[in-house]
Design a protein around this ligand. Structure first.
Ligand code: RBF
Ligand code: MG
Length: 388
């Protein structure tokens, strides 16, 4: 067992939550509510998100009726909104790392249960759009199959029973506080993957808090480790982002000696909500200069505690001048680690340099180097004349 991933406890089965843990349900729920509330002359502002996450449909509905002072009974609200939701289940994307986790555990024969506060029928609908998910779970249990939903432990205890394992041999993966409470009350090990940002401090009863499923290390729980990490990097389905280089907080070069070429997050809220904060790497192209290796952080920079999520690419090349305003395009090809806090500025800087070395080395691997010629990087730049 490696030093960095010491064994916490051996489990023999895993119980996964669905909404907010495997599926990015929140975005779809917010969109439906936004449209719905307009009818009542109200504006969805997301402030109830924390009152909805992890709740049963009835509890969530009651919270919304109350907060928005809707002139209808919770039941009526629920029956009106339910069909609007089911129309959108096909649009829910899986969260980063969810598909990988399911395939990995199923492939290694780890017994898996899906336990969600939502009704069994909607669980089955939601997962039907994700290939291979249904078959991977030997148990699927909905909130309508128990007397009380999470935070009561009942649903997890019932899942363990159906898996035919002791509760103490189960690992629960959960995004919500009610879910974490339910798992701990059931006597299980619990990994929290908080879906609401900057709330990680509220998950103190969890056995581990991780930033996204990309950071789950099954070997810490006595389960087979992922085999896709290569040279300290995790290959991802490549994604692109670009725009003019903006001035960030001005700390990069001045405080750290690490000049980042920050991108504006404007227009990228959806893309950013799809990708967990963390340290990524890939290829970058500056319109007038060329293509460079790149390592970047996305997130709130815990050390500086930014109020906003920022995108801070560090081009691994010595430039002798600033290039604010120049068009930067990036293809992200892999993941390195979650953002972290550090006791000193020196240790933050040291870590970022290590990220740089990891990216430099990994980008030589054919797996990653082939994206250097990605059409997004080599194609015409905005403002160029197109001849077709
Ligand atoms: N900031 C943090 O607070 N924690 C981190 O773990 C962290 N990792 C980074 C990794 C890379 C590769 C880069 C380029 C930046 C990272 N930063 C991190 C952000 C850094 O603090 C930021 O770029 C400077 O503060 C400039 O605003
Ligand atoms: Mg959940």
């Amino acid at each position: 067992m490696s030093i960095t991933n010491p064994l916490k406890k051996s489990v023999s089965a895993i119980i996964l939550d669905l909404d907010g843990t495997l599926l990015n349900t929140d975005g779809v729920v917010a969109n439906v509510l936004r449209v719905f509330l307009v009818k009542y002359g109200k504006k969805w502002d997301g402030r109830e998100a924390h009152r909805i996450v992890g709740k049963t449909p009835l509890e969530a509905a009651a919270a919304i009726v109350e907060d928005y002072e809707l002139p209808c009974a919770t039941d009526d609200f629920l029956s009106e909104i339910k069909p609007m939701f089911s129309e959108h289940w096909c649009n829910i994307k899986s969260l980063p790392g969810a598909n990988r986790l399911i395939k990995h555990l199923h492939g290694h024969g780890v017994p898996m249960a899906l336990a969600s506060n939502s009704p069994k029928a909607s669980i089955e609908q939601k997962i039907s759009y994700h290939q291979g998910w249904k078959e991977s779970f030997s148990v699927i249990i909905g909130g309508d199959e128990v007397r009380i939903g999470k935070p009561s432990p009942e649903i997890f205890l019932e899942a363990a029973k159906r898996l035919n394992v002791e509760p103490s041999s189960c690992l629960v993966v959960e995004d919500s506080i009610p879910g974490v409470t339910a798992g701990k009350t059931a006597g299980m090990e619990v990994v929290a993957v908080p879906s609401l940002q900057k709330q990680a401090n509220l998950y103190t009863s969890a056995d581990e808090v991780i930033n996204s499923l990309l950071d789950l290390r099954p070997e810490k729980w006595g389960l087979p480790p992922f085999e896709d990490w290569i040279d300290s990097t995790l290959p991802l389905e490549p994604w692109c982002i670009g725009g003019p280089v903006i001035k960030g907080y001005g700390r990069g070069s001045k405080v750290l000696g690490i000049p980042t070429a920050n991108l504006s997050t404007e227009g990228y809220s959806e893309l950013l909500s799809e990708h967990p904060s963390g340290v990524y790497f890939g290829w970058a192209r500056l319109s007038t200069r060329g293509i460079y290796k790149m390592v970047m952080s996305i997130g709130w920079n815990p050390y500086f505690n930014n109020p906003e999520k920022t995108i801070e690419p560090w081009l691994l090349h010595d430039f002798d001048e600033d290039f604010y305003g120049e068009e930067l395009r990036i293809v992200v090809v892999g993941y390195i680690r979650p953002e972290a806090n550090f006791p000193t500025l020196e240790s933050l800087v040291e870590k970022i340099h290590e990220d740089g070395r990891i990216a430099e080395g990994a980008l030589e691997l054919p797996l990653y180097s082939r994206y250097r010629t990605d059409p997004y990087l080599t194609g015409p730049v905005k403002g160029d004349h197109h001849h077709s």
